[in-house]
Design a protein around this ligand. Structure first.
Ligand SMILES: Nc1ncnc2c1ncn2[C@@H]1O[C@H](COP(=O)(O)OP(=O)(O)OP(=O)(O)O)[C@@H](O)[C@H]1O
Length: 317
């Protein structure tokens, strides 16, 4: 079953069309990441999917609930953690969670049990009785996510979950997200960190100029842009000379003793290359596959838009 189905989604602010017919399909138990330059309409999309804004046109269903006919059904099946955390600084971690349990009318016993479970799961047991104001950034994010999970939502909208976290805390958060997905939860992720989308997302959609300009797995997206190559490493200049003469399409680096042969890194091209090496009697000492990263994809597919210019100006890639 699909967790989110969107077709023909449109939204304009006055004369400014932000979403010009968007189709999305997010399978249950997967991470879907929506990427795009500043101002592309990511927040608008999330706000529509979470019932905070009405679309001008289009069909949306979240967790089987039609957005137009059953917005309460949508609200009950989702969790949202935004850049503006719901954590109350003057309450302890346990109190913050208990407050959520009370708001959701979980009942005394079930509520306490859920709070204890979540404190344990997010490694907050020792800090449970401390006010959240004393928490580190990583602890606060974990508490924020734990609060979202009190109601056991089927679909979670995560907005920049690791911004400002150190590498260890970021990896801990990524692991928590993977655990959630393994348990069947669906994650709709917006992030400015393409590395994060690459790490977590099963599928990525790239929004630009009101439409989705690309959609696929991270690997599929990377194959869309040129720049992939196989790097052949040699141990002496003589072997590099021989290889460069035989493989004329390669780009040599005499200092590093490498020859880069263009290729998309796929198994078929790799097999062809290996056959070619045997035929041409080229014997590299090492071989590594280099595919473009998501930054390359993002820059190639969102080039020459005003939003792109804004992105460069801010240096906020
Ligand atoms: N309430 C509003 N009224 C008018 N214009 C709006 C409103 N909300 C958003 N916009 C405009 O719609 C466009 C899309 O904004 P949105 O916040 O959805 O983009 P985004 O992709 O989330 O950007 P960012 O990465 O900067 O957060 C922008 O040009 C923005 O100025």
């Amino acid at each position: 079953m699909s967790a989110i189905e969107v077709s023909g989604l449109r939204k304009a602010y006055g004369k400014h069309t932000v979403l010009d017919g968007i189709d999305l399909h997010v399978a249950e138990g997967t991470v879907f990441s929506l990427l795009g330059p500043n101002g592309a309409g990511k927040t608008t999309t999330v706000e529509i999917l979470t019932t905070l804004q009405a679309p001008d046109a289009g069909q949306v269903s979240v967790s089987g609930h039609d957005l137009a006919r059953d917005p309460d059904g949508v609200r009950h099946s989702i969790g949202v953690t935004g850049q503006f955390s719901a954590v109350d600084n003057m309450l302890t971690g346990a109190e913050n969670l208990q407050l959520m349990a009370d708001l959701l009318h979980l009942g005394k016993v079930a509520g306490r049990r859920r709070v204890a479970e979540l404190l344990d799961r997010f490694d907050l047991v020792d800090a449970a009785k401390r006010m959240a104001v004393t928490y580190s950034g990583g602890m606060r994010r974990r508490l924020d996510l734990a609060m979202t999970l009190v109601g056991q939502p089927k679909v979670i909208f995560l907005d920049e979950p690791t911004t400002g976290l150190d590498p260890r805390s970021r990896h801990t958060m990524w692991q928590s997200i993977r655990d959630l997905v393994a348990g069947g939860t669906t994650i709709f992720l917006t992030t400015q960190t393409l590395d994060e989308a690459d790490q977590l997302a099963d599928r990525i959609a790239l929004l630009n100029g009101g439409v989705l300009v690309a959609e696929g797995t991270p690997t599929e997206l990377k194959r869309l842009v040129p720049g992939g190559h196989v790097r052949l490493q040699f141990s002496d200049p003589g072997r590099l000379d021989h290889a460069a003469a035989r493989l004329a399409d390669g780009t040599r680096d005499d200092d590093a003793l490498t020859l880069d042969v263009p290729g998309d890194g796929g198994v078929a091209t790799l097999r062809t290359l290996l056959d070619r090496l045997t035929r041409e009697e080229v014997e590299p000492d090492g071989l590594s596959v280099h595919t473009p990263d998501l930054d390359d994809v993002f820059l190639a597919l969102t080039a020459n838009t005003p939003a792109r210019a804004e992105l460069t100006k801010d240096g906020a890639r």
